[in-house]
Design a protein around this ligand. Structure first.
Ligand code: FNR
Length: 423
């Protein structure tokens, strides 16, 4: 942080505001209305998203004096790899609405600051392209378990083949949440056909689309409630197909883009998924498996019993269920459920983290690592790769500084003893 203050002394202004609220407000000024609504929005009355922030407000950090914190080490082992610090970049779909470099800009920024990006199934850039940018490793893949098992298997195999270090299965989006801002303005992936890069670059998905085109009466394509893609969507789909080796512009001729959006619409949700399906995923890959969206300690226990490698406590940033419990409030109980089974599986946390001090609180309440969602998307919208890098740099710097001022030399010293409930 000394370097950040020094830069300010010499008149160099940061590319993005350091404060979380000003960051969001600055992003709102540069983003398209519908894009900002998609990123910032949450389910229903957005009480779950507010609860995430209120939960942090209930905690106070207790500093310690005269501890030698001259040397601090934020590094940790996570799922078999060494990480420089405990911050992860959460999977966020349709990043192309924030910046045209989308997932590539995020990957580059993550590499600059030693953070692991978690690449979404709803990404704007195919995973192979991001993996090549990262040199074939240093990222996790987030899976939305498709209604089509063959497609799911194909996505997992591709992730493994291109160097993903873990598969994060997001369980809380078995159907898409009720999000008034998107409902009123149009949900971007559906309305514009964006965020489909992992699908349109997938051989199984492409086969399903081809079959659909061959079988359907052209008049019927698009009978799914999704409106037909706009010319912008067709352009997006065409450019996505260019990312995929072996695909040619001719592969994606009308009515393919429309059939692709319809096929995606049908395969996206899988509300029938149960614990009984997990062994099939285990059989598909030797990569560590992390379950994202766990809030109930009983679910955490089942996950440990099922032999998963990591638990990710999250309420999806309040985007799925209105009035959900705050993810932070669920964290201590989930951690207890995992540790009481003798499991050392990492407990990852996200939802509502806006500052380095927030990350400190989550770590003190038992998180092994902490995910950041919306803040880095705002950084991306404001200044592309540099914006994401600055958001990340600021969070790591503030976490490091908080550790210094609370007498914590390493993450193992960031414990519940460093917190008090607000009076
Ligand atoms: C998300 N999130 C998400 N999660 C996931 O597993 N796959 C995805 O594709 C997405 N997409 C997505 C888009 C947008 C715009 C947002 C804001 C979030 C949820 C994300 O991974 C994370 O759980 C939350 O964003 C964390 O909350 P905060 O940090 O945004 O409060």
């Amino acid at each position: 942080q000394a370097a950040i203050y020094r830069a300010g002394t010499y008149g160099r202004r940061p590319a993005v505001p350091t404060d979380g609220s000003r960051l969001e407000a600055a992003a709102e000024r540069v983003m398209l209305r519908r894009a900002f609504a998609y990123v910032t929005g949450a389910a229903g009355s957005e009480a779950g998203a507010r609860a995430n922030r209120e939960a942090f407000e209930r905690w106070r950090v207790l500093p310690r004096m005269l501890v030698d914190t001259g040397e601090r080490d934020l590094s940790l082992d996570l799922l078999g790899h060494r990480h420089d610090h405990p911050l992860l970049l959460c999977p966020v779909g349709v990043l192309s609405v924030a910046h045209r470099d989308a997932d590539l800009a995020v990957a580059r920024a993550a590499r600059r600051y030693g953070a692991t990006p978690v690449l979404s199934t709803q990404a704007s850039v195919p995973m192979e392209v991001v993996a090549a940018e990262l040199g074939g490793g240093g990222f996790w893949y987030q899976l939305y378990w498709s209604a089509d098992d063959e497609l799911t298997a194909s996505l997992v195999r591709r992730a493994e083949a291109c160097g993903a270090e873990a598969v994060v299965v997001t369980l809380d989006t078995s159907v898409l949440g009720w999000r008034p801002r998107d409902l009123d303005l149009g949900h971007l992936p559906f309305a514009r056909g964006e965020g489909l890069a992992q699908y349109t670059s997938d051989p199984v998905f492409r086969r399903l689309v081809t079959q659909r085109v061959a079988a359907a009466d052209p008049e019927e394509l698009g009978s799914h409630p999704a409106p037909s893609p706009t010319p912008a969507a067709v352009r997006t789909l065409l450019s996505m197909s260019r990312h995929h080796p072996g695909s040619t512009r001719e592969n994606v001729t009308s009515p393919e883009p429309r059939a692709a959006v319809d096929t995606f619409g049908e395969l996206f949700a899988r509300p029938s998924l149960t614990w009984a399906d997990l062994p099939r995923l285990r059989a598909l890959t030797s990569l560590p498996i992390v379950l994202k969206g766990i809030l109930d300690p009983d679910d955490a226990g089942r996950a440990v019993d099922a032999g998963v490698d990591g638990i990710w406590v999250s309420n999806h940033g309040g985007r799925q269920v209105d009035r959900t419990v705050a993810a932070l409030d669920a964290l201590p109980e989930v951690t207890r459920a995992v540790r009481s089974r003798g499991s050392r599986a990492p407990v990852i946390f996200d939802s509502g983290v806006r500052t380095g001090a927030d990350a400190f609180v989550a770590l003190a309440l038992g998180a092994s690592a902490v995910g950041i969602g919306r803040p880095y998307v705002y950084g991306l919208a404001l200044a592309g790769e540099d914006g994401v890098a600055e958001v990340l740099r600021n969070l790591v710097a503030e976490l490091d500084l908080t550790m210094a001022l609370t007498g914590c030399r390493s993450l193992t010293e960031v414990t519940r003893a460093r917190l008090r409930l607000a009076p």
